[in-house]
Design a protein around this ligand. Sequence first.
Ligand code: SF4
Ligand code: SF4
Length: 371
Amino acid sequence: MTVAIIKSNDPRDVREAVRLLGGMERFVAEEDRVVLKPNICLGKPNSTGVVTNPEVVAEVARMVQEVGGKPVVGESPIYPLKSRSVFPRAGYCDFHDRYGFEIVHFDQEEGVHIQVPEGKRLNHQFIAKRVLQSDKLINLPIAKTHGLTTVSLGLKNIKGVVPGKQKQIVHLAGIDEGIVDLNTAIRSDLTIIDGIIGLEGEFGPPATGQTVNLGVILAADNVVEADSTMARIMGIDPKDILHIQLAADRGLGSLNGIEIRGEPVERVARSFRHYHMPGLLKKFFSDGITRFTTVFQNLNSRIRGTDLIRLRLKLGEMEVTAERCDNCRICLRACPVDAISLNGDVKINRQTCIRCFICAEVCPREVFSRR
Ligand code: SF4
Ligand code: SF4
């Protein structure tokens, strides 16, 4: 129930945030195998606000080592992107040479199917073996908004322990409940949010976001409390963020009674522009493809004309700027419901599309956007 907030632009000040929580020795014991999980979802440098600052990650790895732990850094980027091409462009290619810590490509290593006993939508999931073999997990997201989940912080960052294509199952299950299910199986022992440079935007970073020089590092012993506090700093009520509220409802953390150490929220807060999807519609979209298809088809057969147009305006339509396309075909493999065709032109099947916005995240030429 404790969150530490530091106002700083210096990655080394992550030490102070962890010290305020009681020091790394509170979280890591001697000989512990510790996985550090930054957000390296795309091949963009930290200066874009898309990926966690490698200097923050390295400083945390040093702290783990100082208390006798054995740190490794690992991630699986957005499918179908490969870590071997994403890591170099995100500033992690020479992580081992520069800092002396191993970096693991979860999408290229072995994974294991596990049961998710507390899962509501996911009853099993494929997880990187290294994560399952570790004693501790330190969750290291960056502070950014997201077009579908409002924010992408610690709870959502856990999706990166799922290798490659298996991530799509989380979307198909219903992104918000799917994220919470994953977090019931893979617990974060310590969450540190890199808010030195953040990212804001309505449609959804990382496609079209703008950087925010927030200058904040936040550390917490509970991932829900880390996320809800960072959401408040970003000017967003955590109760309006479905996956955070669901996680609190399921007892993974609390939205109230959090003890803040260091800077008060009000002193570091700065409103992030974000897309706000009304609660009911968000729930509707979080209900997974099977239910979604049924519900949407029912709705589609019952509401026509202006009502349907109004509904679509609220949800946002995917817009395609086809002339930018260079036919790289990444989006074809990324779309979890095969809604994209590239026969001479980029087209989306709007009946099948579940507005997951993965195509917009992975397309290197910004062909997809929300209108
Ligand atoms: S739309 Fe984007 S991801 Fe898809 S083929 Fe064209 S450039 Fe590649
Ligand atoms: S076309 Fe629709 S379903 Fe497919 S990736 Fe894009 S937003 Fe998701």
